[in-house]
Structure formats: structure tokens, C-alpha cells
Design a protein around this ligand. Structure first.
Ligand code: NAP
Ligand code: F7E
Length: 383
């Protein structure tokens, strides 16, 4: 029998990789997307199937995490075997500007899913994955962080997710539901949203190498994150729901890196060496050399001459506007449980992740420049 999965947040980074993965496994996949004034399905367009295709296995439903009736109706119609609750206002800094909405979508939104499954009498049939986060550890109480480490959230986002975590545990214990938390540490990819730090860096590095941008402004360069690849992490989500019982799992690489070192690694991936000097808000990143062979391989020989003029240029600067009112300085996960119980192993290390993102962004920025110059057609709204 074909399994049926429902993914909230299917248009996001993880939703896109998970949908592709589940389709490959033979699932019928349903996803909830928000109505927007512009197309918001770029990440899953390659998976789209014509509604008239009889063998179609991907279905999209309009919905929102703040609308209980809508979520209940979709779950009733779809009768899913598995729900992956990935939808959320996921940007930590933005959650300080929109705390009430974040609590509603990320916290109460999780309750809406759990309660809908209960009210519809699906507690025996439907397994639920909740997208919990390493942000729960916040001001870390233990290094590395594992399933038993006490939480200390440091943002409206993390506090909302704390509710989502505990209400999932509560429904598991109170109603015997197969409901699990994946406590995922940061995971990135070429599909990562443009305002998260890794993608902001790889996009800027590509643009600087192509002569499209002069400088990259960042916030806290000393923050440390345990970064993995989203492709690896969606496999863990699926594995969690295949276990006989619901439980909570840390998904992480066990290696932590500063934002500063991710900047250096990204430039290195296009053959550019960047050194940091000064401290605090005066810290800057300066280009000290070009590896011509690497630069030509990753960026292109036609950009080499211009890049040599960049030696000695300041390309990274701190802008306190990107600081957070309360910061999470250090995250490093202990994935022992997921490795032993789920048999989960990541395929990508940090170097592989960064290389994947840089190669993709160089390609994308070349295409963007082409389109800005007129591309295939010039849009004119009044003709
Ligand atoms: P993302 O790229 O920001 O995607 C979030 C998804 O949620 C998008 O599809 C978005 O729709 C949707 N969404 C937001 N608000 C919604 C609402 N009110 N109703 C319905 N849909 C809504 O996030 P991600 O990186 O894929 O992360 C997936 C989940 O894992 C999130 O819950 C996130 O908080 C959590 N998480 C992420 C990480 C990480 O490092 N990536 C780590 C731990 C946990 P639009 O496309 O319309 O905006
Ligand atoms: O920041 C620092 C920033 O926004 C990482 C979400 O997916 O992962 C993500 O949350 C670090 C922070 O991710 C800039 O202060 C410096 O210390 O990429 P980020 P995040 O806040 O860790 C967790 C696990 C989630 O659950 C979330 O949904 O980088 N940083 N300079 C910067 N961050 C940003 N965004 N922009 C900067 O210019």
C-alpha cells in the first residue's frame, strides 16, 4: 500500500528536499502552501505534476498554520499516514519583530495539527514529526547538547518552538500518539533562505568574485554553529517516523564552526584568501591572495584579471544592525542517539556543504546578471 504524507511548509528549504525524498520512496505527498501575490513554489516546481495527470503523486493545498479549520479540513481530506510539521516563521532575528505571529504560527500551529489529528480520530493511524530546533538550547547548559540537556530559549522563535516541543511530548504521553521531535541543528543548502547567514555569505562571495558586489556586512562573526546539509537532515526526519515508538532525537554533525571561519571557507571555495583583522565592531575581512587555478575552475578565466585588483580590498565588515537582542553564541550537538537508534549518518561535511552552496550560487549570480542586462526578454508593464 502506498503511504500518504502531509508536509506543512512544503515550499521551504526542508519541505522541498523532503517532498522529493518521499516521492522517490513511492509516497503520495500532500503539501500545504500559503496563498501569496507572487509564485512561492520555486523550490518544488521541478516536482510539479499536472492536475490532469492520472498518476500524479504530489498534491498542493492552500492553507495556513494560523487557521485551525483549514488545517483540520485538509487533514480530514488527506487522511495522512505521516505528517511532517515543518511550517514556521523560521527566522530568529525576525521573530523579535513579529513575536505574536511567531508564537501563533510556530507554537499554537503545532497544537492545531496535534488536536486536529486527535479530534478526527486519527491518533492510531497518523504519525507526527515536529520540526524542533537546537535554538531550544539557547544559552547552553551543557556542551555538547543532547536530548537530555535542559533548554534555555533566547528568542521569541525559540520560545514558540519550546511550546511546540512540549505539546508534542504531551500529546504522545496523554493520548499515546506516535508524535516525535527532531531537534535539528542548523542545516543549510543551495535552497537555504537568502537571509540566513550561510546563504547570505555564499551569495555575497559569488557576487564579489564576479565583480557584482563590493562588500558583505555581517553581525556576530564569533557565533558558533553546528552546520549540516538539509539533504542529510530530511532523511533523519523520515527515519524518525519509521521507528516503532515516537521519541525525540538530536540531529547534528557534532562539529561547530564560527561564522568567521565559514566566511573564510566560502572565499577559499572560489580561490580567494581572506584574513580578518581588528576586533569587535571594527573587525574587517581583507583579501590577501588569489589561487588562480581554483578561481578559474570555480568562477571563470574571464573574471580573473578583475579579481587580482581585489587584493588588499576590505570585503567584509561588521554592521551591529545584524546583532540580536539576545544571542545564541555556541551550538554543538551530540548525535549519538540518532546514529545508534536510527542508523543515521550524514553524507556531507562542512567542506562539502560549502562547496555545494558556492557552486550553485556562482551559477545563479551569472544567470541573474544575464537576466538583469535584458536576458531573454525585457519586461515592460505598460505595453
Ligand atoms: P523555511 O525555508 O523558512 O520554510 C518555512 C516554511 O514554512 C515555508 O514553506 C513557509 O511558507 C512556511 N510557513 C511559514 N509560515 C507559515 C504559516 N503561517 N502557514 C503555513 N506555512 C507557513 O524553513 P526550513 O529551513 O525549511 O525549516 C523547516 C522547519 O524546521 C521550520 O519549522 C524551522 O523552524 C525548523 N528548523 C529549521 C532548521 C534549519 O537549520 N533549517 C533547524 C531546526 C529547525 P512560504 O514559502 O510561503 O514562506
Ligand atoms: O544565524 C549570526 C547570527 O540566521 C546563525 C534557523 O534555521 O537555525 C537557524 O537559526 C548565526 C547567528 O541562523 C549574521 O547572529 C552573523 O548567531 O543563519 P542564522 P540561526 O539564528 O542559527 C536554527 C537551528 C533554526 O531553528 C532557525 O529556524 O549567525 N550572524 N551575521 C548572522 N545571521 C544572519 N542571519 N545574518 C547576518 O548577517
Amino acid at each position: 500500500m502506498k503511504k500518504v504524507a502531509l508536509i506543512t511548509g512544503i515550499t521551504g528549504q526542508d519541505g522541498a528536499y523532503l517532498a522529493e525524498y518521499l516521492l522517490k520512496l513511492g509516497y503520495e505527498v500532500h503539501g500545504i502552501k500559503r496563498r501569496a501575490s507572487l509564485f512561492n513554489t520555486d523550490r518544488i516546481d521541478h516536482l510539479y505534476q499536472d492536475p490532469h495527470d492520472e498518476n500524479r503523486r504530489l498534491f498542493l493545498h492552500y492553507g495556513d498554520m494560523t487557521d485551525s479549520m483549514n488545517l483540520t479540513r485538509i487533514i480530514q481530506e488527506v487522511q495522512p499516514d505521516e505528517i511532517y510539521n515543518l511550517a514556521a516563521m523560521s527566522h530568529v532575528k525576525v521573530s523579535f519583530d513579529t513575536p505574536e505571529y511567531t508564537a501563533n504560527a510556530d507554537g499554537i500551529g503545532t497544537l492545531r495539527i496535534l488536536e486536529a489529528v486527535r479530534l478526527l480520530g486519527l491518533t492510531e493511524k497518523t504519525r507526527i514529526y515536529q520540526a524542533s530546533t537546537s535554538e531550544l538550547y539557547g544559552l547552553v547548559q551543557e556542551v555538547p547538547q543532547r536530548e537530555s540537556t535542559p533548554f534555555y530559549p533566547r528568542s521569541p522563535y525559540a520560545v514558540a518552538k519550546l511550546y511546540g516541543y512540549w505539546i508534542t511530548v504531551n500529546y504522545r504521553e496523554a493520548y499515546g500518539m506516535h508524535a516525535s521531535n527532531g531537534i535539528l541543528f542548523n542545516h543549510e543548502s543551495p535552497l537555504r533562505g537568502e537571509t540566513f547567514v550561510t546563504r547570505k555569505i555564499t551569495r555575497a562571495v559569488a557576487k564579489i568574485a564576479l565583480g557584482q558586489q563590493d562588500k558583505l556586512f555581517l553581525g556576530n562573526l564569533s557565533a558558533k554553529r553546528d552546520w549540516g546539509h538539509a539533504k542529510d537532515y530530511v532523511r533523519a526526519m523520515h527515519a524518525i517516523l519509521q521507528q516503532p515508538e515516537g521519541s525525540d532525537y538530536v540531529i547534528a554533525t557534532g562539529i561547530t564552526t564560527t561564522v568567521r571561519d565559514f566566511v573564510k571557507l566560502s572565499f577559499k571555495n572560489v580561490g580567494i584568501t581572506v584574513d580578518f583583522k581588528n576586533e569587535g565592531v571594527d573587525e574587517v575581512g581583507v583579501i590577501s591572495g588569489i589561487d588562480e587555478v581554483m578561481f578559474i575552475a570555480r568562477v571563470g578565466a574571464e573574471y580573473l584579471e578583475a579579481s587580482k585588483a581585489l587584493i588588499g580590498q576590505e570585503v567584509v565588515r561588521v554592521d551591529p544592525a545584524y546583532f540580536r537582542p539576545t544571542e545564541v553564541e555556541l551550538l554543538i550537538g551530540d548525535p549519538t542517539k540518532s546514529k545508534t537508534v536510527l542508523g543515521w549518518e550524514p553524507e556531507y561535511d562542512l567542506e562539502g556543504l560549502c562547496e555545494d552552496m558556492i557552486i550553485s550560487d556562482v551559477k545563479l549570480m551569472k544567470k541573474d546578471a544575464f537576466l538583469k542586462e535584458g536576458g531573454y526578454k525585457t519586461l515592460n508593464y505598460f505595453e
